[in-house]
Design a protein around this ligand. Structure first.
Ligand code: SF4
Length: 435
């Protein structure tokens, strides 16, 4: 049989076929469908329109709903979206709904999914959010879809998918302490461009990838969509399985998949991570790459540390390492991705101080877990750019208007670079603050 890549093997299995090849159009069975407060109401409307007002979802245990985007706001339309989710969850008796204002509230969906045991190797996950690709870090096929496709899945449990060809990115070497996964993925996007992986799978491999913890692997896969990638994926190893098994409290069986020896890749690039520099993506595109030295000294008004890309505990540990015993020179906003990360900020310590205390004593503001200003949101959103400011951010997109004001300038960087820049008020190489 023709050797297949990990992505091809997962899709073949979910289509009930022995083999598939890039370009094949197949029906794929869905293991998990995720939606949130922005796209959920539209998805539900399409489901009801096509399957009937009283129709039941295909499998209530495979639907996960996570309000996370426009949560802590007085905006009536945003609040109404969450009400629509609540009503649907009641009608359908859905078990996996993480409602705001309850103990179950999580925050950003892409971090909530793995924390709550909804990401497993070898599975197919679709979500009504472009960064659903984050879950490829767990060795599954995960991608974002529109409301129409999601409405169809709610009724039918499957989706018509074209098998993408796979690109492979191999990282070798031990990551220096001044680099993070964010630098690696910004380097890749800078190399191939925002459309360099359009409708392709991006598989990450090499000892440099397997040395990363699971949160850093999530950062790598999270941003494949910024290169147009259909999905990002990393084969599961001991690190993946330890995380997944610890979270899979319901004991859902799963079956890991690995790329066959001799599988064909349409593109391959090898990186020596020891030779890379901290990277900044300048306004207004994630592929507008500069080495930090090329833009250091650029004046900033604000720093933002948060989102599904840069709001995990690993990100805050890195930022706190630099902000400890220092003061920020510009407004600095810290937003944990989830309630679990927020709890970690209060419990995890550096030299006797919690991470949260480090940020507060440096003069940063710490907000509640959610997407917050990553996607702009209503004008009362925590950290939103309501003025044409220059901001350095750990988020994943810097298109005009993304974080609020359409004339704001957003620089994307790692939490280390953002923290170092917060201390000086200009773009700063984190090496200046690391021993
Ligand atoms: S944190 Fe930002 S990128 Fe991630 S899901 Fe929320 S809005 Fe999207």
């Amino acid at each position: 049989m023709t050797p297949m890549t990990l992505t091809e093997k997962i899709l073949a299995r979910h289509a009930g076929r022995e083999a598939v090849q890039p370009g094949d159009n197949i029906w794929v069975d869905v293991d998990v469908l995720m939606t949130h407060d922005v796209c959920g109401p539209g998805t539900i409307g399409i489901f009801k329109q096509h399957f009937g007002q009283d129709a039941k979802v295909w499998d209530r245990r495979k639907v996960v709903i996570v309000p996370d985007h426009y949560i802590f706001t007085a905006d009536k339309m945003a609040n109404r979206n969450v009400d629509v989710l609540r009503q649907f969850v009641r009608e359908q008796n859905l078990p996996y709904y993480y409602d705001v204002g309850t103990d179950k509230y999580k925050g950003v969906c892409h971090i909530a999914l793995p924390e709550e045991g909804h990401t497993r190797p070898g599975e197919v996950l679709f979500g009504t959010d472009s960064h659903t690709c984050t879950a490829g870090a767990f060795g599954e096929f995960a991608t974002g879809i529109g409301n129409t496709d999601a409405g169809f899945i709610l009724g039918a449990g499957k989706l018509w998918v074209k098998v993408p060809p796979t690109m492979r990115f191999i990282f070798h070497g031990q990551l220096p302490p001044y680099l993070m996964a964010k630098d690696l993925i910004l380097a890749v996007i800078g190399d191939i461009g925002c459309d360099g992986a359009t409708y392709r799978a991006m598989e990450f491999d090499g000892d440099g990838v397997y040395a990363l913890n699971i949160e850093e692997r999530m950062t790598l896969c999270n941003m494949v969509i910024e290169a147009g990638g259909k999905n990002g994926v990393i084969a599961p190893d001991k690190v993946t399985l330890a995380y997944v098994n610890a979270r899979n409290k319901r004991g859902t069986p799963y079956n890991p998949v690995y790329t066959d020896p001799g599988a064909k890749f349409v593109f391959e690039k090898v990186y020596d991570v020891t030779k890379l520099q901290p990277i900044v993506a300048k306004p207004h595109s994630p592929d507008n790459r500069a080495a930090v030295g090329e833009v250091s000294g650029t004046k900033l008004d604000r720093a933002y540390i948060g989102s599904c890309t840069g709001g995990k505990l690993t990100d805050f540990r890195a930022a706190a390492q630099i902000l400890k015993d220092k003061s920020v020179k510009i407004d600095t906003f810290v937003v944990p991705a989830t309630s679990e990360v927020a709890a970690g900020l209060k419990s995890e310590k550096i030299d006797g101080q919690t991470l949260e205390e480090v940020f507060l004593s440096a003069g940063a503001k710490v907000g509640p877990p959610s997407c917050a200003a990553c996607l702009g949101g209503p004008s009362d959103t925590f950290g939103r750019l309501n003025q044409p400011l220059s901001c350095i951010s750990t988020t994943n997109r810097n298109f005009p208007g993304r974080m609020g004001h359409k004339e704001a300038r957003v620089y994307l960087a790692s939490p280390l670079t953002v923290a170092a820049s917060a201390v000086t008020g200009v773009i700063t190489d984190p090496r200046e603050y690391l021993e």
